[in-house]
Write a protein that binds this ligand. Structure first.
Ligand code: HEC
Ligand code: HEC
Length: 351
């Protein structure tokens, strides 16, 4: 079945007022400073990108500090893998923007997997998971990599038994999940709760959105106006986390069918992948589901070129005539989305 989001066309432009300001910028009479109008357009868009005040937790797995602490232990514990050598953090490493810095993930027995490890930053706001959206919740997602032969290669029955032999875990599970103890479901709930607390820290862009005019350069402000306007990036990278949580073919040469494999017959979903958020982007190279682009410059040049023409290519993907200074402004803006890394203290694991 099609998800609702996929029936809906993404909103091509932000606020009408902002579109008006941008049109004014594009139609500016000769001699008029178009840069000034771009700065005015940037003002009009910025409210759409304000950080949310709190993290959403689902009703059937509410936040508790004990559950976060337990989930964090499990996230960093290599004993969750068949070899006892890989943890979630082996691939989703805070130091690499919660990815692994590799073009393609490397799992159990050094197997190279088919796709790049995505970040888990801001997963609390995710509507589907994996590049092709095949998991509906973080709870459902968490048990996937543990069992996948190519990833952590650990069967759940033996894992429950193994954790049950570690006295510290028995006590912590009982405290977080009274009368339930250690089960695949409680393992998944604890890990998912910890993941929801992994939120990108405040970036210079946020300081500007919240009123500090000096937090980002004029070049970055013009780049933000282009991102919303002429460059059409917000057709897909919308909202504070810069994703519409939907699936698009942006014309990469990879023959991976993405979302199309799960919903065959829907042309627009062939080669369509989930729009990644753009927070902490500078720490997350290489880019794309196949890790095919090493730098943000390469990504922007892909959008300037417009991608491979094929029936599934998104209608929003068209060659983008950016001047050298517009390209530089767009890059300056993307650079403002990376904040200082919030310190991560590794937990002492129970024995
Ligand atoms: C061997 C490397 C590896 C390990 C270990 C691993 N992952 Fe992943 N993870 C990946 C890859 C690769 C994907 C994308 C797969 C795809 O889309 O088909 C992914 C996807 C995800 C996603 C989806 C993110 C999104 O935005 O859609 C989440 C969440 C996640 N992993 C959490 C975990 C958790 C929790 C663990 C530990 C239980 C874990 N991963 C272990 C490589 C790994
Ligand atoms: C039609 C929707 C769409 C438009 C328009 C769009 N993007 Fe994307 N973007 C995506 C999707 C989908 C991906 C992931 C594609 C893949 O891996 O196959 C992506 C990937 C990216 C990435 C890599 C992120 C990562 O973690 O790998 C960056 C950076 C990016 N886009 C920036 C931009 C910029 C800048 C613009 C405007 C010039 C733009 N995008 C326009 C949908 C879009």
């Amino acid at each position: 079945m099609l998800r609702k989001r996929e029936e809906r066309r993404p909103a091509a432009l932000g606020k009408l007022a902002a579109a008006g300001a941008l049109a004014a910028a594009l139609l500016a009479p000769a001699g008029h400073a178009a840069g000034e109008d771009l700065l005015a357009a940037a003002e009009a868009y910025r409210d759409d990108f304000r950080r949310p005040a709190s993290i959403p937790f689902p009703e059937d797995n509410p936040y508790t500090p004990a559950k976060v602490a337990l989930g964090k232990l499990l996230y960093y514990d290599t004993r969750l893998s068949g070899s006892n050598l890989l943890s979630c953090a082996s691939c989703h490493n805070p130091g690499f923007g919660w990815g692994d810095g590799q073009p393609l993930a490397v799992g159990h027995g050094m197997q190279v997997l088919a796709r790049r490890t995505p970040t888990i930053l801001n997963a609390a706001w995710g509507e589907t998971f994996f590049w092709d959206g095949r998991a509906a919740t973080l709870e459902e997602q968490a048990l996937g990599p543990i069992q996948a032969p190519g990833e952590m290669n650990q069967e759940l029955g033996p894992l429950v038994a193994e954790l049950g032999r570690i006295e510290g875990y028995v006590q912590l599970f009982e405290a977080s999940f009274p009368q339930q103890g250690i089960t695949p479901e409680t393992i998944a709930k604890a890990i998912a709760t910890y993941e929801r607390t992994v939120v990108s820290s405040r970036a210079p862009f946020d300081e500007w959105v919240e009123g500090d005019e000096t937090a980002i350069s004029d070049a970055a402000k013009r780049g933000f106006a282009l991102f919303n306007g002429k460059a059409r990036c917000t057709a897909c990278h919308s909202g504070w986390n810069f994703t519409d949580e939907s699936f698009h073919d942006i014309g990469l040469p990879s023959d991976d069918l993405g979302r199309g494999k799960h919903l065959p017959g829907v042309e627009a979903l062939e080669h369509a992948f989930k729009t990644p958020g753009l927070r902490d982007l500078s720490r997350r190279a290489p880019y794309m589901h196949d890790g095919s682009m090493a730098t943000i410059e390469e990504v922007v040049d892909h959008y300037i070129g417009g991608g491979i023409q094929r029936p599934s290519l998104s209608a929003e993907m068209q060659p983008l005539p950016l001047s050298a200074s517009e390209r530089a402004d767009l890059l300056a803006f993307l650079d403002t989305l990376t904040g200082d890394l919030a310190p991560v203290v590794l937990p002492v694991l129970p024995r």
